[in-house]
Design a protein around this ligand. Structure first.
Ligand code: ZN
Ligand code: ZN
Length: 252
């Protein structure tokens, strides 16, 4: 139920750290949290490709500096669809990561080609790297990935559905019957008006606009997805998305 103290909050549920090979190494825990605060974000989620390895460090810095950080992941399914998962707590994200890695081919990363996959500590130092290549599909279809996210207690969001690649619509063209989506995401260059024009068949879903930040500049003057919700926390985020009240989310 919506709390009586609900207010408009700024949320960004799609942010990469330097663990993602395509992200800049400046995407460290302190840099992300401080930049999110400078941009007046109230709630963020860390969603690296097929890993939640840096979520712990960013969440701890968030707690220290007063920003709510949720642990998530951007999973690439066998159809090359990107699905965002956002979890209620770190343990669920790490358990989900273990499950996903059971279906992620054991191919080594080639940093000179794909980029580094860096692990950070709480002092913002790079303390290791992920050896297995993260930028590849898991051997699971969209419905299996979506159901698994829900099985681990998470929220399922179809990432950047307006893109010509790696989106549910570019790869499949429709929402499969067995895929429960809590929301769909448009990328930071898209407008709500355009969404209503081009994706009428998706209008039943809450629409989020996240930065998909791979470098700090993507957070600067980034999209401001405003959500009318109680506290900046997973419980109220879930309530918001399940309510499907389109008037409670503003994008663009
Ligand atoms: Zn993506
Ligand atoms: Zn992404």
């Amino acid at each position: 139920m919506l709390s009586e103290v609900a207010k408009w909050l700024s949320i960004d549920l799609h942010i990469h750290t330097g663990a993602s090979p395509c992200a800049n190494l400046e995407m460290s825990p302190w840099n992300i949290v401080r930049m999110a605060q400078l941009e007046n974000l109230d709630l963020i989620a860390i969603t690296d490709h097929n890993t939640a390895a840096n979520a712990d460090a960013v969440m701890k810095i968030g707690r220290k500096l007063g920003l709510t950080v949720l642990a998530g992941m951007e999973v690439q399914t066998q159809e090359e669809v990107h699905l965002l998962a956002v979890f209620p707590e770190l343990d669920a994200a790490l358990a989900f990561e273990e499950f996903i890695w059971g279906h992620l081919p054991d191919v080594p990363n080639r940093p000179e080609f794909f980029g580094e996959q860096a692990l950070y500590n709480m002092e913002d130092c790079i303390v290791g790297k992920i050896e297995r290549l993260l930028l590849q599909s898991v051997a699971l279809g969209v419905e299996d990935v979506g159901n698994s996210i829900i099985g681990f207690g998470g929220l399922v969001i179809a990432a950047h559905i307006n893109r010509r690649a790696y989106s549910l619509i570019s790869q499949l063209g429709f929402v499969p019957r067995g895929l429960l989506l809590h929301a769909v995401e448009v990328d930071r260059h898209y407008s709500h008006a355009k969404f209503n024009d081009e994706y009428r068949f998706l209008r039943e879903y809450p629409v989020l606009q996240n930065s998909d930040a791979h470098e700090l500049s993507h957070l600067v003057n980034g999209p401001k997805c405003r959500a009318y919700m109680g506290a900046p926390c997973f419980t109220d985020l879930k309530e918001l998305l399940l309510a499907k009240d389109l008037k409670r989310i503003r994008i663009g």
